[in-house]
Write a protein that binds this ligand. Structure first.
Ligand SMILES: [Zn+2]
Length: 224
């Protein structure tokens, strides 16, 4: 796999509402003398995704910036009169966020930008760098809806942390229990030792008793 660090967004520069297939883009790009479609993924009007060039293959989408980058394109970018316009449908916007997140997660993408950041073009007809910065940086979005979502995530994290705290408390109780258990075990472990000592003492006393009376020293003599 080639080393990747950036996802660059494009539009097909086609009128609002007009669908475009991978085959059509492939034809356009072959006419330019390229080795087929230059983008890696195509996002259709309904939010569905078609694969273009394999991710592992260098794309042909931004002059001088194809190395280390992947290029995704959404269908649209012009109004009915052919002027640049952010024509993304809600479905396309949702898919584009998901694909951007997956690119960060799966391909090590650290920067998300738009074609216009590298050329005097309108493409992709929206501020991809500004809009997707939060994805590449891992920061919450400026978009209020997304911010609420991220706060919900934060709330869930706090709840999870509280749960973990409770678990730690339980674990501490368990550890205390184990320690008590160990103390019990110590007492239990002492019993065989005491029995063992009694057996040995008894045996010694028996041996002492068998000693010849004449040669047997008194207990007092032995102790003193
Ligand atoms: Zn472009």
């Amino acid at each position: 796999m080639r080393k990747l660090n950036e996802l660059i967004w494009h539009c097909t520069a086609t009128p609002e509402g007009r669908e475009v297939s991978v085959a059509e883009i492939d034809r356009w790009h072959r006419q330019r003398g390229w080795n087929g479609i230059g983008y890696h993924k195509v996002i259709h009007l309904d939010g569905s995704v078609s694969d273009g060039r394999p991710i592992a293959t260098m794309g042909a989408h931004v002059k001088g910036h194809n190395r280390g980058t992947i290029g995704y394109v959404y269908v649209g970018g012009l109004d009915k009169s052919g002027n640049p316009k952010d024509t993304r449908t809600d479905a396309q916007k949702a898919t584009m966020i998901r694909l951007s997140q997956e690119a960060v997660r799966d391909y090590g993408i650290r920067k998300i930008s738009g074609h216009r950041d590298y050329a005097a073009k309108a493409c992709p007809c929206f501020d991809a760098t500004g809009e997707y910065h939060w994805i590449a940086s891992g920061m919450p979005s400026k978009d209020p809806a997304r911010l609420i979502k991220s706060r919900t995530v934060a709330g869930t994290t706090v709840a999870a942390a509280a749960g973990a705290g409770a678990t730690v408390e339980a674990a501490q109780d368990a550890i205390a229990g184990v320690q008590n258990g160990l103390q019990t075990l110590s007492v239990g472990g002492a019993i065989p030792i005491i029995i063992g000592l009694l057996v040995v003492s008894g045996a010694l006393l028996a041996l002492y008793a068998r000693w010849d009376d004449a040669g047997r020293p008194s207990l007092k003599e032995m102790v003193s």
